[in-house]
Design a protein around this ligand. Structure first.
Ligand code: SF4
Length: 368
């Protein structure tokens, strides 16, 4: 469980997995609560301990241009490099206890096979905090012809970008609150936010990783149309014909439960701005039944992948081309009607364990 992304500085270690670059003294963890300095080495202490395991429609990630209609074995651990005050998964992401069931990389591959899927997704909390574990899974996955994807906050170092571009096939990166710096400082607890994340999108895209971009629009505090325009312009400059953005509706949760759902008109205004800036594939997410759940051909404007919620119910493509006009649509893998319609939690008959640091030792015990 030794980390790869760090350097030593006297008795401290400096983590290079995310742009916080925590300087970690002996026997302490970084901000995320899972990477510990033990005897002057950085260890990934949540290594192979998963608190959430499910089979999800890939549309839930959301990946709309990467094997649309497929199901993905989805896994999450505890901890996160962000402290979003509205996190839907706050119970696991903000937990600073490392708990869950143990799964070795081989078992994850077997689980994918048993569930008849070739896509493994690290999601629910931030995968960069245990990037080295997903690398181990990817080595086995490649041998089986499987794909590895991440759902991430994109707050990466260049070292992390170089590392994951070798084994992550697709990534969904969330630009929260239109990338507004004040919003990020106050509601996520990060600095130098938007440029770091946009840089990650640009570099990963250049390195041929499939990238889809989301933007969680939060009423009153993270819904500026001016910011949305800046982000959209930048995404178009980076991705051109493959530019995409999913504006996601916010649902009140955690410390922002006093707010209200993002009005649909606000999301539609954002979508109009993204189209004005040239983005080819513009979506509205978390509004089941909205017409912008569909993928439209950028050439003739007709729907080429039709969706409702997480379900793909019609595909109007032939060999990746629009059936109506023949335009080649941005797509990795085959599009199909949905294999599953809803997330399906996977319950495994395994003990729940907790890993703790005692002085400079890692101890593991069963949680009753
Ligand atoms: S991954 Fe964790 S320990 Fe490393 S820099 Fe980010 S928050 Fe700090």
């Amino acid at each position: 469980m030794k980390a790869l992304l760090y350097e030593r500085k006297d008795s401290e270690v400096v983590c290079k997995a995310c742009n916080r670059k925590c300087k970690i003294p002996p026997n302490y963890s970084g901000f995320c609560g899972v990477r510990y300095n033990i005897k002057n080495e950085l260890l990934v202490v949540n290594w192979g301990i998963f608190i959430a395991v499910a089979l999800d429609p890939i549309e839930k990630k959301p990946l709309y241009h990467f094997y649309p209609g497929s199901k993905a074995l989805s896994l999450g651990t505890t901890g996160c490099s962000f402290a979003c005050k509205y996190c839907l998964n706050w119970d696991i992401s903000q937990r600073r206890k490392i708990v869950g069931i143990k799964l070795e990389p081989e078992e994850i591959i077997e689980l994918a096979k048993e569930n008849n899927t070739r896509i493994i997704t690290f999601t629910y909390n931030e995968p960069s905090i245990y990037a080295e574990f997903s690398y181990e899974v990817s080595k086995l996955a490649k041998r089986e012809g499987m794909k590895v994807t991440w759902v991430s906050n994109g707050y990466f170092t260049d070292e992390l970008i170089d590392f994951i571009s070798k084994f992550v096939d697709a990534v969904t990166i969330d630009i929260k609150g239109n990338g507004n710096e004040g919003f990020a400082r106050k509601y996520i607890s990060v600095l130098n936010y938007s440029e770091t994340v946009l840089h990650a999108i640009e570099e990963l895209y250049k390195k041929k990783v499939h990238v889809e971009v989301t933007d969680l629009v939060i009423p009153e505090i993270g819904d500026s149309l001016e910011d949305a325009r800046k982000v959209s312009k930048r995404i178009y400059d980076i991705m051109g014909e493959e530019s995409n953005i999913h504006f996601l509706r916010f649902y009140p949760e955690y410390k922002l439960s006093y707010l209200y759902q993002t009005p649909i008109e606000t999301l539609e205004r954002h979508a109009r701005i993204a189209k004005e800036e040239g983005i080819r594939y513009v979506y509205i997410g978390n509004v089941p039944g909205h017409e912008l759940e569909n993928t439209y051909c950028p050439n003739c404007g007709k729907p080429v992948i039709e969706r409702k919620g997480f379900t793909v119910y019609r595909v109007n493509l032939e060999d990746g081309r629009c059936k109506h006009c023949g335009y080649r649509v941005f797509l990795k893998g085959e599009a199909r009607t949905s294999e599953i319609y809803y997330p399906e939690p996977i319950y495994l008959n395994k003990p729940f364990v907790e890993r703790v640091i005692k002085d400079d030792r890692i101890e593991e015990r069963e949680v009753k």
